[in-house]
Ligand binder design. Structure first.
Ligand code: HXC
Ligand code: NAP
Length: 291
Protein backbone atom coordinates (compact mmCIF):
# COMPACT_ATOMS: atom_id res chain seq x y z
CA UNK A 1 0.00 0.00 0.00
CA UNK A 2 1.25 3.49 -0.89
CA UNK A 3 2.64 5.50 2.01
CA UNK A 4 1.49 9.07 1.35
CA UNK A 5 3.47 10.37 4.32
CA UNK A 6 6.86 9.82 2.64
CA UNK A 7 9.06 12.84 1.88
CA UNK A 8 10.03 13.19 -1.79
CA UNK A 9 12.97 15.52 -2.38
CA UNK A 10 16.68 14.93 -1.72
CA UNK A 11 17.64 15.95 1.80
CA UNK A 12 19.65 19.06 0.87
CA UNK A 13 17.08 20.44 -1.59
CA UNK A 14 16.49 23.69 0.33
CA UNK A 15 19.89 24.27 1.93
CA UNK A 16 20.76 27.98 1.73
CA UNK A 17 17.11 29.07 1.50
CA UNK A 18 15.27 31.17 4.08
CA UNK A 19 11.51 30.88 3.60
CA UNK A 20 8.76 32.99 5.16
CA UNK A 21 5.54 31.00 5.64
CA UNK A 22 2.56 33.20 6.56
CA UNK A 23 0.05 31.44 8.78
CA UNK A 24 2.79 28.89 9.47
CA UNK A 25 1.81 28.23 13.08
CA UNK A 26 -0.97 25.78 12.24
CA UNK A 27 -2.38 23.40 9.64
CA UNK A 28 -0.88 23.18 6.19
CA UNK A 29 1.51 26.07 6.84
CA UNK A 30 3.02 24.17 9.76
CA UNK A 31 3.34 20.97 7.68
CA UNK A 32 5.09 22.83 4.86
CA UNK A 33 7.36 24.64 7.33
CA UNK A 34 8.36 21.30 8.90
CA UNK A 35 9.32 19.81 5.54
CA UNK A 36 11.25 22.94 4.44
CA UNK A 37 13.26 22.64 7.67
CA UNK A 38 13.89 18.94 7.07
CA UNK A 39 15.25 19.86 3.63
CA UNK A 40 17.71 22.36 5.13
CA UNK A 41 15.92 25.72 4.87
CA UNK A 42 15.67 28.31 7.61
CA UNK A 43 12.00 29.07 8.22
CA UNK A 44 10.23 32.20 9.44
CA UNK A 45 6.60 31.73 10.44
CA UNK A 46 4.16 34.49 11.27
CA UNK A 47 0.50 34.90 12.17
CA UNK A 48 -1.70 37.01 14.45
CA UNK A 49 -1.47 34.72 17.50
CA UNK A 50 2.01 35.19 18.92
CA UNK A 51 1.75 32.29 21.38
CA UNK A 52 0.89 29.90 18.54
CA UNK A 53 3.75 30.92 16.22
CA UNK A 54 6.27 30.94 19.06
CA UNK A 55 5.21 27.46 20.19
CA UNK A 56 5.30 26.08 16.64
CA UNK A 57 8.68 27.68 15.89
CA UNK A 58 10.14 26.08 19.02
CA UNK A 59 8.49 22.71 18.35
CA UNK A 60 9.69 22.51 14.73
CA UNK A 61 13.23 23.61 15.59
CA UNK A 62 13.46 20.90 18.27
CA UNK A 63 11.93 18.28 15.97
CA UNK A 64 14.07 18.97 12.88
CA UNK A 65 17.22 20.58 14.25
CA UNK A 66 16.59 23.45 11.83
CA UNK A 67 16.56 27.20 12.45
CA UNK A 68 13.22 28.93 12.94
CA UNK A 69 11.89 32.37 13.79
CA UNK A 70 8.31 32.90 14.95
CA UNK A 71 6.84 36.40 14.82
CA UNK A 72 3.42 37.91 15.42
CA UNK A 73 2.14 39.65 12.31
CA UNK A 74 -1.18 40.57 10.77
CA UNK A 75 -0.64 40.26 7.02
CA UNK A 76 -3.26 42.95 6.43
CA UNK A 77 -0.82 45.47 7.90
CA UNK A 78 2.06 46.37 5.59
CA UNK A 79 4.27 47.78 8.35
CA UNK A 80 3.97 44.53 10.34
CA UNK A 81 5.20 42.60 7.28
CA UNK A 82 8.10 45.02 6.91
CA UNK A 83 8.94 44.28 10.54
CA UNK A 84 8.91 40.51 9.88
CA UNK A 85 11.20 40.98 6.88
CA UNK A 86 13.60 43.18 8.86
CA UNK A 87 13.74 40.70 11.78
CA UNK A 88 14.15 37.77 9.38
CA UNK A 89 17.09 39.42 7.62
CA UNK A 90 18.61 40.36 10.98
CA UNK A 91 18.52 36.71 12.11
CA UNK A 92 19.27 34.83 8.87
CA UNK A 93 21.07 37.39 6.65
CA UNK A 94 18.45 37.26 3.91
CA UNK A 95 15.05 35.88 2.88
CA UNK A 96 14.79 33.94 -0.38
CA UNK A 97 11.28 32.50 -0.42
CA UNK A 98 7.70 33.39 0.49
CA UNK A 99 4.73 31.10 0.99
CA UNK A 100 1.43 33.00 1.03
CA UNK A 101 -0.54 30.56 3.17
CA UNK A 102 -2.40 32.73 5.73
CA UNK A 103 -6.14 32.76 5.14
CA UNK A 104 -9.53 33.32 6.66
CA UNK A 105 -12.69 31.55 5.53
CA UNK A 106 -16.10 30.28 6.64
CA UNK A 107 -19.20 28.97 4.93
CA UNK A 108 -22.23 31.23 4.71
CA UNK A 109 -25.01 32.17 2.34
CA UNK A 110 -23.65 35.40 0.87
CA UNK A 111 -26.76 37.45 1.65
CA UNK A 112 -26.19 36.75 5.37
CA UNK A 113 -22.74 38.41 5.29
CA UNK A 114 -22.13 41.95 6.50
CA UNK A 115 -19.78 44.02 4.38
CA UNK A 116 -17.26 43.67 7.22
CA UNK A 117 -17.46 39.88 7.01
CA UNK A 118 -16.73 40.09 3.27
CA UNK A 119 -13.86 42.54 3.95
CA UNK A 120 -12.17 40.39 6.54
CA UNK A 121 -11.75 37.41 4.22
CA UNK A 122 -10.66 39.46 1.22
CA UNK A 123 -8.26 41.50 3.36
CA UNK A 124 -6.55 38.47 4.92
CA UNK A 125 -6.31 36.48 1.70
CA UNK A 126 -5.84 39.00 -1.11
CA UNK A 127 -4.49 42.09 0.65
CA UNK A 128 -2.33 39.87 2.87
CA UNK A 129 -0.85 38.13 -0.18
CA UNK A 130 -0.14 41.28 -2.17
CA UNK A 131 1.28 43.02 0.90
CA UNK A 132 3.82 40.25 1.52
CA UNK A 133 4.59 39.80 -2.17
CA UNK A 134 5.10 43.54 -2.73
CA UNK A 135 7.25 44.01 0.37
CA UNK A 136 9.50 41.02 -0.40
CA UNK A 137 9.53 41.77 -4.15
CA UNK A 138 10.86 45.30 -3.52
CA UNK A 139 13.56 43.87 -1.24
CA UNK A 140 14.53 41.15 -3.73
CA UNK A 141 14.74 43.56 -6.65
CA UNK A 142 16.82 46.06 -4.64
CA UNK A 143 19.16 43.30 -3.36
CA UNK A 144 19.24 41.35 -6.66
CA UNK A 145 17.95 38.23 -4.90
CA UNK A 146 16.21 35.65 -7.12
CA UNK A 147 13.28 35.05 -4.81
CA UNK A 148 10.48 32.51 -5.11
CA UNK A 149 6.83 33.01 -4.17
CA UNK A 150 4.31 30.23 -3.80
CA UNK A 151 0.72 30.99 -2.82
CA UNK A 152 -1.85 28.55 -1.54
CA UNK A 153 -5.12 29.14 -3.39
CA UNK A 154 -8.01 26.67 -3.89
CA UNK A 155 -9.58 24.87 -6.82
CA UNK A 156 -12.63 27.14 -6.56
CA UNK A 157 -10.41 30.17 -7.26
CA UNK A 158 -10.89 29.04 -10.88
CA UNK A 159 -14.38 27.52 -10.78
CA UNK A 160 -15.96 29.82 -8.17
CA UNK A 161 -18.01 28.27 -5.37
CA UNK A 162 -21.31 29.00 -3.69
CA UNK A 163 -21.21 29.65 0.07
CA UNK A 164 -17.55 30.75 0.19
CA UNK A 165 -17.85 33.76 -2.10
CA UNK A 166 -15.42 36.17 -0.35
CA UNK A 167 -12.79 33.43 -0.29
CA UNK A 168 -13.41 32.58 -3.97
CA UNK A 169 -13.05 36.26 -4.95
CA UNK A 170 -9.90 36.72 -2.91
CA UNK A 171 -8.19 33.50 -4.03
CA UNK A 172 -9.00 34.36 -7.67
CA UNK A 173 -7.19 37.65 -7.07
CA UNK A 174 -4.18 35.77 -5.71
CA UNK A 175 -4.13 33.65 -8.87
CA UNK A 176 -4.16 36.84 -10.98
CA UNK A 177 -1.33 38.26 -8.86
CA UNK A 178 0.65 35.06 -9.39
CA UNK A 179 0.25 34.91 -13.16
CA UNK A 180 0.77 38.65 -13.67
CA UNK A 181 3.94 39.00 -11.62
CA UNK A 182 5.34 35.70 -12.94
CA UNK A 183 5.72 37.54 -16.23
CA UNK A 184 6.55 41.02 -14.94
CA UNK A 185 9.21 39.98 -12.41
CA UNK A 186 10.82 37.13 -14.37
CA UNK A 187 13.43 39.62 -15.55
CA UNK A 188 14.59 39.94 -11.92
CA UNK A 189 14.80 36.16 -11.54
CA UNK A 190 11.72 36.14 -9.29
CA UNK A 191 9.34 33.20 -9.84
CA UNK A 192 5.72 32.96 -8.67
CA UNK A 193 3.57 29.84 -8.60
CA UNK A 194 0.54 28.64 -6.67
CA UNK A 195 -0.92 25.40 -5.38
CA UNK A 196 -4.66 24.80 -5.50
CA UNK A 197 -5.38 22.07 -2.93
CA UNK A 198 -8.56 20.09 -2.61
CA UNK A 199 -9.51 18.92 0.89
CA UNK A 200 -6.63 18.39 3.33
CA UNK A 201 -8.00 18.02 6.88
CA UNK A 202 -6.90 20.78 9.29
CA UNK A 203 -8.59 22.08 12.44
CA UNK A 204 -8.77 25.58 10.97
CA UNK A 205 -10.55 24.58 7.77
CA UNK A 206 -12.72 21.76 9.12
CA UNK A 207 -14.10 23.78 12.05
CA UNK A 208 -15.20 26.59 9.71
CA UNK A 209 -16.13 24.73 6.52
CA UNK A 210 -17.38 21.32 7.65
CA UNK A 211 -18.70 21.93 11.20
CA UNK A 212 -19.77 18.86 13.20
CA UNK A 213 -23.50 19.56 12.96
CA UNK A 214 -23.53 19.15 9.15
CA UNK A 215 -20.72 16.63 8.64
CA UNK A 216 -23.05 13.64 8.78
CA UNK A 217 -25.14 14.98 5.88
CA UNK A 218 -22.42 14.55 3.28
CA UNK A 219 -20.21 11.71 2.13
CA UNK A 220 -17.18 13.82 1.58
CA UNK A 221 -14.94 11.22 0.01
CA UNK A 222 -17.52 10.35 -2.68
CA UNK A 223 -16.83 13.82 -4.15
CA UNK A 224 -13.24 12.81 -4.83
CA UNK A 225 -12.39 10.28 -7.59
CA UNK A 226 -9.49 8.79 -5.61
CA UNK A 227 -11.89 8.43 -2.64
CA UNK A 228 -9.71 9.99 0.03
CA UNK A 229 -8.62 13.37 1.33
CA UNK A 230 -5.06 14.62 0.89
CA UNK A 231 -2.17 13.81 3.21
CA UNK A 232 -0.24 16.88 4.43
CA UNK A 233 3.07 15.42 3.24
CA UNK A 234 1.71 15.18 -0.31
CA UNK A 235 1.10 18.92 -0.29
CA UNK A 236 4.44 19.60 1.44
CA UNK A 237 6.23 17.58 -1.27
CA UNK A 238 4.73 19.73 -4.02
CA UNK A 239 5.37 22.94 -2.06
CA UNK A 240 9.02 22.04 -1.45
CA UNK A 241 9.49 21.25 -5.14
CA UNK A 242 8.03 24.64 -6.12
CA UNK A 243 10.24 26.44 -3.57
CA UNK A 244 13.36 24.57 -4.71
CA UNK A 245 15.68 25.24 -7.63
CA UNK A 246 14.46 21.96 -9.20
CA UNK A 247 11.37 23.86 -10.38
CA UNK A 248 13.38 26.77 -11.86
CA UNK A 249 11.55 26.47 -15.20
CA UNK A 250 8.07 26.40 -13.61
CA UNK A 251 6.71 29.94 -13.47
CA UNK A 252 3.15 31.30 -13.27
CA UNK A 253 1.60 27.86 -12.73
CA UNK A 254 -1.40 27.05 -10.55
CA UNK A 255 -0.91 23.39 -9.62
CA UNK A 256 -4.01 21.49 -8.59
CA UNK A 257 -3.63 18.73 -5.97
CA UNK A 258 -7.14 17.45 -5.26
CA UNK A 259 -7.43 13.79 -6.30
CA UNK A 260 -9.51 14.90 -9.30
CA UNK A 261 -12.23 16.48 -7.13
CA UNK A 262 -13.01 19.57 -9.19
CA UNK A 263 -13.09 17.64 -12.46
CA UNK A 264 -15.55 15.14 -10.98
CA UNK A 265 -17.75 18.06 -9.94
CA UNK A 266 -17.49 19.63 -13.37
CA UNK A 267 -17.89 16.52 -15.58
CA UNK A 268 -21.34 16.25 -17.18
CA UNK A 269 -21.68 12.49 -16.58
CA UNK A 270 -19.59 11.99 -13.43
CA UNK A 271 -22.79 11.13 -11.55
CA UNK A 272 -23.07 7.83 -13.49
CA UNK A 273 -20.34 6.40 -11.28
CA UNK A 274 -23.09 5.12 -8.94
CA UNK A 275 -24.42 2.62 -11.53
CA UNK A 276 -23.75 -1.08 -10.88
CA UNK A 277 -22.47 -3.57 -13.49
CA UNK A 278 -26.00 -4.97 -13.86
CA UNK A 279 -27.41 -1.49 -14.41
CA UNK A 280 -24.74 -0.86 -17.05
CA UNK A 281 -25.75 -4.15 -18.76
CA UNK A 282 -29.34 -2.88 -18.90
CA UNK A 283 -28.26 0.56 -20.10
CA UNK A 284 -26.19 -0.99 -22.86
CA UNK A 285 -29.05 -3.21 -23.97
CA UNK A 286 -31.52 -0.30 -24.03
CA UNK A 287 -29.16 2.07 -25.82
CA UNK A 288 -28.13 -0.56 -28.41
CA UNK A 289 -31.84 -1.10 -29.30
CA UNK A 290 -31.99 2.54 -30.48
CA UNK A 291 -31.09 2.56 -34.18
C1 HXC B 1 -21.21 35.23 9.09
C2 HXC B 1 -19.32 35.99 10.21
C3 HXC B 1 -18.97 34.66 10.57
C4 HXC B 1 -19.85 33.59 10.14
C5 HXC B 1 -17.46 35.99 11.38
N1 HXC B 1 -18.36 36.77 10.74
N2 HXC B 1 -17.82 34.70 11.29
N3 HXC B 1 -20.41 36.28 9.47
N4 HXC B 1 -20.93 33.93 9.39
N5 HXC B 1 -19.57 32.31 10.42
C6 HXC B 1 -18.34 38.23 10.63
C7 HXC B 1 -18.40 38.90 12.00
O1 HXC B 1 -19.74 39.02 12.46
C8 HXC B 1 -17.78 40.27 11.67
O2 HXC B 1 -18.67 41.11 10.97
C9 HXC B 1 -16.69 39.91 10.67
O3 HXC B 1 -17.07 38.66 10.09
C10 HXC B 1 -15.33 39.73 11.34
O4 HXC B 1 -15.47 38.71 12.32
P1 HXC B 1 -14.55 38.61 13.62
O5 HXC B 1 -15.00 37.42 14.39
O6 HXC B 1 -14.49 39.94 14.31
O7 HXC B 1 -13.11 38.40 12.96
P2 HXC B 1 -11.81 37.71 13.51
O8 HXC B 1 -11.94 37.45 14.99
O9 HXC B 1 -10.64 38.52 13.05
O10 HXC B 1 -11.79 36.28 12.79
C11 HXC B 1 -11.56 36.18 11.41
C12 HXC B 1 -12.29 34.96 10.84
C13 HXC B 1 -11.91 33.69 11.64
C14 HXC B 1 -11.92 34.87 9.36
C15 HXC B 1 -13.80 35.19 10.95
O11 HXC B 1 -12.64 32.59 11.12
C16 HXC B 1 -10.45 33.41 11.59
O12 HXC B 1 -9.67 33.93 12.39
N6 HXC B 1 -9.97 32.59 10.60
C17 HXC B 1 -8.54 32.29 10.39
C18 HXC B 1 -8.28 30.87 10.03
C19 HXC B 1 -9.18 30.28 8.95
O13 HXC B 1 -10.23 30.83 8.61
N7 HXC B 1 -8.77 29.11 8.48
C20 HXC B 1 -9.50 28.39 7.48
C21 HXC B 1 -8.86 28.53 6.15
S1 HXC B 1 -9.45 27.22 5.23
P3 HXC B 1 -19.54 42.26 11.73
O14 HXC B 1 -20.29 42.93 10.63
O15 HXC B 1 -20.42 41.53 12.71
O16 HXC B 1 -18.53 43.16 12.40
C22 HXC B 1 -9.58 27.59 3.61
C23 HXC B 1 -9.83 26.32 2.84
C24 HXC B 1 -10.61 26.42 1.60
O17 HXC B 1 -9.48 28.70 3.20
C25 HXC B 1 -10.86 25.14 0.85
C26 HXC B 1 -11.25 23.90 1.59
C27 HXC B 1 -11.49 22.70 0.75
P1 NAP C 1 -5.46 27.18 9.20
O1 NAP C 1 -4.70 26.20 10.03
O2 NAP C 1 -6.61 27.89 9.80
O3 NAP C 1 -4.41 28.21 8.63
C1 NAP C 1 -4.66 29.57 8.40
C2 NAP C 1 -3.56 30.37 9.08
O4 NAP C 1 -3.67 31.74 8.69
C3 NAP C 1 -3.64 30.33 10.60
O5 NAP C 1 -2.37 29.92 11.11
C4 NAP C 1 -3.93 31.77 11.01
O6 NAP C 1 -3.24 32.10 12.23
C5 NAP C 1 -3.34 32.54 9.82
N1 NAP C 1 -3.96 33.85 9.66
C6 NAP C 1 -5.27 34.14 9.57
N2 NAP C 1 -5.44 35.47 9.46
C7 NAP C 1 -4.20 36.03 9.47
C8 NAP C 1 -3.71 37.37 9.39
N3 NAP C 1 -4.55 38.40 9.27
N4 NAP C 1 -2.38 37.57 9.43
C9 NAP C 1 -1.52 36.52 9.57
N5 NAP C 1 -1.91 35.24 9.63
C10 NAP C 1 -3.25 35.00 9.60
O7 NAP C 1 -6.04 26.46 7.89
P2 NAP C 1 -5.36 25.56 6.75
O8 NAP C 1 -6.38 24.60 6.32
O9 NAP C 1 -4.02 25.09 7.18
O10 NAP C 1 -5.19 26.63 5.58
C11 NAP C 1 -3.91 26.99 5.08
C12 NAP C 1 -4.05 27.47 3.66
O11 NAP C 1 -4.51 26.42 2.82
C13 NAP C 1 -5.05 28.61 3.46
O12 NAP C 1 -4.56 29.51 2.47
C14 NAP C 1 -6.28 27.91 2.94
O13 NAP C 1 -7.12 28.76 2.20
C15 NAP C 1 -5.60 26.87 2.07
N6 NAP C 1 -6.41 25.71 1.72
C16 NAP C 1 -6.71 24.77 2.67
C17 NAP C 1 -7.41 23.65 2.29
C18 NAP C 1 -7.72 22.56 3.27
O14 NAP C 1 -8.42 21.61 2.91
N7 NAP C 1 -7.23 22.62 4.49
C19 NAP C 1 -7.86 23.52 0.98
C20 NAP C 1 -7.57 24.51 0.06
C21 NAP C 1 -6.82 25.59 0.43
P3 NAP C 1 -3.75 33.23 13.24
O15 NAP C 1 -5.17 32.94 13.55
O16 NAP C 1 -2.80 33.10 14.41
O17 NAP C 1 -3.56 34.56 12.56
Amino acid sequence: MTDYSKPMLREDALVGETILVTGGGTGLGKSMARYFLQLGANVIICSRKEEVVLATAAELAAETGGKTLGLACDVRKYEEIENVIAKGIEKFGNITGLVNNAAGNFISPTERLSHKAFDIIVDIVLKGSYNTTLALGKYWIAQKIKGTVMSIVTTYATTGSAFVVPSACAKAGVQALTRSLAVEWAKYGIRLNAIAPGPFPTDGAWSRLFPDNIQGKFNFESKIPVRRVGHHQELANLAAYLMSPYSAYVNGEIMVIDGGEWLQGAGEFSFLDVLTKEEWDEVEAVVRRRK
